[in-house]
Design a protein around this ligand. Structure first.
Ligand code: SAM
Length: 211
């Protein structure tokens, strides 16, 4: 390995990390788990925001990447978090839980973080109106150049809402497109309708408003 040291590929803990990602109680497909870890580890954000935490699975993966970077914090926002105590005990050195709904609670989140967010994971309210509300709220708490990662972008309400926001804010939002093309098989909702879920889509907040 000696000659490749300049590429910084030495990481004896990575095998355990991969197992931790596979075991995390996340509602994420395999490529999404790997991408989420890699994005956070690669981007090295200082202040992360997670909208929609549920059992703490995506939180576990984000915190693992921040731990491996050795810096960064995460504020989680969820009106009904169900993170088991033993899972939270492994995250609380990096993450703060805010019980409440986005976007109303986002001003509190930015106060806790101590500055604007440079990485935002949006996986909360999956209705069209809810996603538009989240994006508009996030635009008030995101730093210039922030990365906005959306889960379930294959689900039609989320996809259409992201498209609407990109069209509505062309000077603020840059569309980096789909990062994970795999979707679930069709899942039947209680009302009998079927939809595919999963998918990562990335937007970027412009560093300066685009003309
Ligand atoms: C699909 S789960 C999140 C899964 C989690 N990100 C993971 O992959 O491990 C959606 C969560 O969003 C939360 N939620 C729903 N509406 C929300 C809102 N307006 N703001 C924040 N969280 C919301 C729900 O309570 C639920 O826990």
């Amino acid at each position: 390995m000696g000659t490749l040291d300049y590429l910084k590929v030495t990481d004896p803990g990575l095998t355990d990390r991969v197992q931790q990602m596979l075991d995390a109680p996340a509602e994420l497909l395999l490529p999404e788990r790997l991408l989420m870890y890699s994005l956070v580890r690669g981007l090295r954000p200082q202040r992360c925001l997670e909208i929609g935490t549920h059992f703490g699975g995506s939180t576990t993966i984000t915190c693992a990447a921040l731990d491996d970077v050795g810096a960064g914090t995460l504020v989680c926002v969820d009106p009904n978090p169900l993170v088991p105590a033993d899972v939270w005990a492994r995250l609380s050195h990096r993450a703060t839980m805010l019980r409440g709904a986005s976007p109303d609670i986002l001003a509190d989140a930015v106060g806790i973080a101590g500055g604007l967010f440079d990485f935002v994971f949006i996986d909360g309210d999956h209705t069209h109106a809810g996603v538009v509300r989240d994006v508009e709220g996030v635009l008030t708490v995101a730093a210039a150049g922030a990365h906005l990662l959306f889960h379930d972008s294959h689900y039609w309400e989320v996809r259409d809402a992201i498209d609407e926001c990109v069209a509505k804010y062309p000077r603020r939002l840059l569309d980096a497109g789909t990062l994970s093309a795999l979707s679930t098989d069709p899942i039947t909702a209680p009302d009998g309708s079927q939809a595919r879920w999963g998918g990562f889509r990335l937007l970027r907040v412009a560093t300066t408003p685009v003309n």
